[in-house]
Design a protein around this ligand. Sequence first.
Ligand SMILES: [Zn+2]
Length: 364
Amino acid sequence: MANNGAKEWAAELARRQQAGDGLEFSPDNFLRAIGGAGTDDSFEMWLKEKVCQGELEALQAWKCPVEGCERVIDKNELEANVCPKCGTDFQEVGENPIRQLKYRAKGDTSRDIYWMIVIHGMNTRGAWQEELSWRLANKFKYSAPVLIFKYGLATIDVLVKCRHQSLVNKLGIRIRKGIQFAREHNSDHRPDVIVHSFGSQLFALLLENEQFCDLKFGRVITVGSIIHPDFDWSKHIDSGKIEAVLNHVGQKDIPVRAAQFFIPGTGPSGQKGFKDSASINVSEQSYGHSSAFEPSELKKNLGTGGLWDQFLQNPLNHFKPFTAFHLKEWKPFFVLVRCFTRLLGYLIFAILAPVSFVRRFLDP
Ligand SMILES: [Zn+2]
């Protein structure tokens, strides 16, 4: 019986550490949460053992003796001798605060999402953006604003590097404005980021661009990523530019496999993963290029306990998705083939650029 109890207690403790929630508790509350009642010696022994192992810290706490108030009184408040909630002077009524045992589990607390930036792929003015904004806005007690970066139609622009840079400048300026706006509205919090397809490459180039080194981000989710699998995420995590990155890989993603042949500086990380061990690659067998944004998948990923929900809110030292993997080796396709397809790309750009220029002029 005692062994069974210990298993259950350990599972509850692990659950709290994983969620970063309920880390501070009284023995009574802890047992009540798992359907138990009252504390017994074996539970107290187990708690003491965990304190010895460094898993738990024993805290000194008291509570107000007035029935119906029972506010927790900390050490400093104890010296004042007055309950901050009901105002009872303990000396006057001749009742001392009741001593209460409390524990704090090792681990980080969960984090909140304050606002979010979404950078989509080329020409996707897809319905998923609205679905995503709606879901995010409804997910939290307060609404987390979503900034969707719109760069208009980018078709042949993806074929040449200089056009990428001009889109990155546009993106950087827009995000800087967003951060300033958030600051003016009393939010110094970093935005979390979701990037998709060509938007992932723009975001990677933005991180590399010294001109925008002032921009800092929270956690980053890449979907259908065409960022090079060798990308140095560690550098940006270590420098504090981003907090962490989750690469949601689709095994059936076809477009990302073609990227390296036509789009300079890219690779199939959305299907192969990233080599950098600081990134978290999570594989999805059935996912194609945009599957993660289908309403049913958004619901699953952002729902409580879903992959994105856990990545965005839980402490990451306990974040171990079932299908996480590490990419050991990846090499680009033969250079000659890539040169040929890239030249073809430049040729297409050269032929269509005047048409594109006129279209942009008429519909900026
Ligand atoms: Zn009180």
